[in-house]
Design a protein around this ligand. Structure first.
Ligand code: NAD
Length: 486
């Protein structure tokens, strides 16, 4: 551990506390490849401290009227707006994404706070008189206790807030574990939570890696887990929550296909296609990964898309001119480069090579430039596995049937997009594809806070998705009362 770097602390019971862990990790500025902070990899004891605080806070928090709970969120929204730019800058510094993308992410985070304030309507139950002679029945939704969230690295601000506002506004208390690769953003956010003055123990945060996760999964006082990350981890979370009897929503990885029909307007579509494949350097669960020209548009699309890809400006995310920042880490860069090698070895046609892309003044950054493979076949590794980088695999398809078949035979089913001028083609696509988030002339099919977020297939385990009205179901249990008075 380098002592001069800041040590990230846990936030438990309204206090900033150090873990007694002896295992530490580095937080890095990926544009520079420099360490900027140290994070302790917490222990089961840290988790138990946080859960105990959350369990004790639950007693009075659940008795706080829903509207009063919502008022904390109104104050939090204002505080987030005041600190908007600083949160975005912290995010870009430790994650690398372009500052405008960071701003977009913080905006989406705040929208969940806004949506959750609708608790007085959205948490309501229902009632029916006279279900039998002189007997009435009603169901109301009750909070359950302590909920936990385990988050990925690619949206350090937003993803935990797909869950936290809904859990807390419905009267539960919360333990968050951010990704150990990007712990600084939520640390800044928790400072704001602390300033807003939530009662102690309602919102807690424990940093760390798999030991923290596994302690959360095993903890008997955690009622449910909201997870977002890669599919192998999502599967582990889902399975273990089954073993320990917790509610679970477990969102996994993706390999999204973007189809471009022969009638698509490429000039109109190109900006959102570029954002789809290269935004966040391809490190989005909604990123396009496989580009599918349908029919005779193929040569035109490949030429135009590749030319546009050459204009993507790589750089430090804090530079307002940057379109695409670095990847998260040296290890992830190596992984993405490995996929490019594999694409070449398996016979795909590398038409744009981003491997040696340099950024002036940033020799240590984890950059990979836009990379395009043409003539990829569905059985190649780069058409099947999640690369999570700016690598585009073009699989040419003859018709709609071939596109739908390609999409519906992938392991992942997070999102799928179609570019077309035909309502009939769009309708057929929406109707037939398996992925649960669909874009029509939209390259990133991201539901906003008031709609559910989550995929199908191996992209999501569990049935209730993130945010949307469904959140109020996930974080509450319906108690039904059947009542007769003499
Ligand atoms: P990851 O699975 O490596 O890590 C996610 C979280 O799980 C982290 O907090 C990490 O500490 C923990 N973790 C990792 N391995 C673990 C293990 N073996 N046991 C217990 N805990 C473990 O994911 P990541 O690399 O941080 O994030 C990228 C992945 O997340 C991609 O696959 C991406 O598609 C996915 N993602 C999905 C969505 C969605 O909505 N479906 C959204 C964002 C990201």
């Amino acid at each position: 551990m380098t002592m001069s770097l800041p040590l990230i602390k846990n936030y438990i019971d309204g206090e900033w506390v150090e873990s007694d862990s002896t295992t530490f990790g580095d937080v890095t500025n990926p544009a520079k490849g420099e360490k900027i902070a140290t994070v302790a990899y917490g222990t089961a004891a840290d988790v138990d401290r946080a859960v105990t605080a959350a369990r004790e806070a639950f007693g009075h928090w659940r008795e706080t009227p829903p509207l009063s709970r919502a008022r904390y969120l109104f104050r939090l929204k204002d505080a987030f707006e005041e600190n908007f730019e600083e949160i975005a800058e912290t995010l870009t510094t430790e994650h690398g994404k372009a500052i405008d993308e960071a701003r977009g992410e913080v905006r989406r985070m705040i929208e969940n706070v806004e949506h959750a304030t609708g608790v007085t309507t959205l948490m309501s139950g229902y009632t029916l008189e006279d279900i039998a002679k002189n007997i009435d029945c009603y169901g109301h939704r009750q909070p359950m206790g302590v909920f936990g969230c385990i988050a990925p690295y690619n949206f350090p601000a937003m993803v935990p807030w797909w869950f936290l506002p809904y859990a807390v506004v419905t009267g539960n208390t919360f333990v968050l574990k951010p990704s150990e690769q990007v712990p600084m953003t939520q640390t800044r956010i928790m400072e704001i939570v602390d300033e807003v003055g939530f009662p102690e123990g309602v919102i807690n945060m424990v940093h760390g890696s798999r030991d923290v996760v596994n302690a959360m999964l095993d903890h008997p006082d955690i009622q449910g887990i909201s997870f977002v990350g890669s599919t192998p981890t999502a599967r582990h979370i889902y399975r273990q929550c089954g073993v320990t009897g917790k509610r679970v929503q477990s969102l996994g990885g993706a390999k999204n296909i973007v189809a471009v029909m022969p009638d698509a307007d490429l000039d109109q579509g190109m900006p959102s296609l570029l954002t789809s494949f290269y935004g966040c350097s391809g490190q989005r669960c909604l990123s396009g990964s496989v580009l599918v020209p349908v029919g005779d548009i193929a040569d035109r699309l490949v030429a135009q898309f590749t030319a546009a890809s050459r204009t993507v400006r790589l750089g430090d995310g804090l530079d307002e001119q940057t379109f695409m920042g670095p990847l998260i880490s040296a290890a992830h860069r190596e992984r993405v480069l490995g996929y490019i090698e594999k694409g070449i070895a398996e016979g795909a046609d590398l038409v744009l090579d981003g491997r040696d892309m340099q950024v002036d003044g940033y020799p240590g950054g984890f950059f990979v430039g836009p990379t395009v493979f043409d003539h990829v076949t569905p059985d190649m590794t780069i058409a099947k596995e999640e690369i999570f980088g700016p690598v585009v695999s073009i699989v040419r398809a003859a018709d709609m049937d071939a596109v739908v078949d390609l999409i519906n035979t992938r392991e992942f089913a997070n999102a799928a997009c179609i570019y077309t001028a035909s309502g009939a083609a769009a309708r057929e696509f929406k109707y037939r594809v398996k992925p649960a988030m669909v874009g029509v002339n939209i390259g990133i099919a991201a539901p906003m806070s008031f709609f559910p977020f989550g995929g199908a297939g191996n992209s999501m385990f569990g049935d209730i998705k993130g945010h949307g009205q469904e959140s109020f179901l996930f974080y509450t249990d319906m108690k039904v009362v059947i009542e007769r008075w003499y």
